[in-house]
Write a protein that binds this ligand. Structure first.
Ligand SMILES: Nc1ncnc2c1ncn2[C@@H]1O[C@H](COP(=O)(O)OP(=O)(O)O)[C@@H](O)[C@H]1O
Ligand SMILES: [Mg+2]
Length: 162
């Protein structure tokens, strides 16, 4: 999330609202009429059986799959028709399961690539230092190839890249 966006967020605002979301894969209906409201500061967990539609819900919010119907609002803004790159620029980050780091790049290079929405190098540096504060293990290993990190360290990097 960009710093500007964070400053504008008030406590208890509806940061994410999903209304009547349905997603189809061909003739199969994966999601039917999902409603979801998340407030600032909340940590929300989606629980369900294998194939219940958890990943599809996240992919729909990130616009990685097409919505069949429904509306999505982020910080009061209707993002239903926004493409994925615009959703990212607004500050919604999606950390996929299974690490997904660039294994042949260093920790630092992965983080630099993850900071591509920042337009100046001082902001990139500040972002990366912020992540190193949260994940000191990554700071120690900044010049190590991401593929040689342990599984848990790679997942830390996958989160920090956001
Ligand atoms: N790309 C796809 N094409 C066809 N069906 C899919 C696709 N992705 C997911 N599905 C189906 O949609 C349903 C929901 O999947 P998913 O959202 O991945 O479930 P969960 O993450 O809860 O395990 C499952 O039945 C799955 O097989
Ligand atoms: Mg899943």
């Amino acid at each position: 999330m960009s710093h500007d966006e964070q400053i504008n967020l008030k406590a208890n605002t509806r940061i994410l609202e999903v209304k009547g979301l349905s997603v189809n894969y061909g003739s199969i209906q994966a999601l039917r009429n999902i409603d979801l409201t998340i407030h600032t500061g909340e940590v929300v967990t989606l629980i369900g059986a294998n194939g219940a539609g958890k990943s599809t819900t996240l992919r729909a919010i990130s616009k990685l799959v097409k919505l069949h119907s429904g509306h999505i609002y982020y910080n009061g803004r209707n993002i239903t028709r926004h493409p994925a790159y615009k959703v990212v620029h607004l500050g919604i980050a999606h950390s996929p399961e299974g690490r997904r780091v660039l294994t042949r790049q260093t920790v630092l290079d992965n983080l630099k690539l993850g900071a591509y929405t920042q337009s100046n190098s001082a902001d990139v540096k500040a972002d990366i230092n912020h992540q190193f504060g949260i994940f000191p293990r990554l700071a120690e290993r900044r010049h190590q190839l991401a593929g040689t990190l342990s599984g848990g360290e790679q997942q830390m990097l996958a989160i920090a890249v956001l």
